[in-house]
Design a protein. Structure first.
Length: 215
């Protein structure tokens, strides 16, 4: 059975991903930073008959928490097939020209540095898999191609600060992909699109599926 760790998996896209992968037969470790909400998410999945799930406490903005999560996972499994870096924060800073630098640093601490440290910590477990994969959840608001288009850029101007962190993650993804390809580890960025989640106060145009809503 393939084993997957998903950060930020107690809600939104992370939870939906955990649900679908568990239904497909993967063993899913749900990463969460809030113990109460995380255990509730695990219980929801178990209540619908998915026993191939377990929770892991991990706050990717806290280096010690990441290390403790790695130690805990090593006590449960000798390998990890897939790491999905879903955890992230949007912050409340829309425009890059007027953003508070401390807030910008906070967003980068989670979305970029936290994601990279998570990858570094769990690489040894991934390298023990026969077909390891790292997936970084990004966003189209971090696309340099779209930002270079005046019309597209204007429609995304309220997401420049958050988008800059996703641009950085896209660059990290490409660098890691080039570096780790020779070791048989695939590294990719994906975007779920503008989906209604707590991250955007449920303003996204895309909605989660019926199965998740029923939970």
């Amino acid at each position: 059975m393939k084993k997957v760790l998903i950060t930020g998996a107690n809600q939104g896209i992370g939870f939906e991903t955990a649900l679908q992968l568990a239904q497909l037969g993967y063993f899913v470790y749900l990463g969460y930073r809030n113990q109460e909400r995380g255990l509730e998410a695990v219980k929801k999945l178990k209540d619908i008959g998915l026993e191939n799930v377990e929770g892991i406490l991990i706050d990717i903005a806290d280096g010690n928490s990441i290390r403790k999560a790695r130690v805990e996972l090593e006590s449960k499994t000798i390998f990890l097939d897939i790491l999905i870096n879903n955890a992230g924060i949007a912050g409340d800073e829309p425009h890059i020209s007027t953003c508070n630098i401390d807030n910008l640093k906070k967003i980068f601490d989670t979305n970029v540095f936290g994601t990279l440290q998570t990858i570094q910590e769990f690489l040894p477990l991934l390298k023990k898999s026969l077909n390891p994969s790292i997936i970084n959840v990004s966003s189209e608001v971090g696309s340099l191609t779209l930002l270079a288009d005046p019309e597209e850029n204007s429609s995304r101007s309220n997401f420049h600060v958050y988008g800059s962190s996703k641009t950085a993650i896209n660059a990290v993804t490409l660098m890691l992909s080039s570096e780790l390809r020779k070791e048989g580890i695939s590294v990719n960025s994906i975007t779920p699109g503008f989906t209604a989640t707590e991250l955007n106060n449920f303003q996204g145009r895309k909605r989660r599926n019926k199965a998740l809503i029923q939970l």
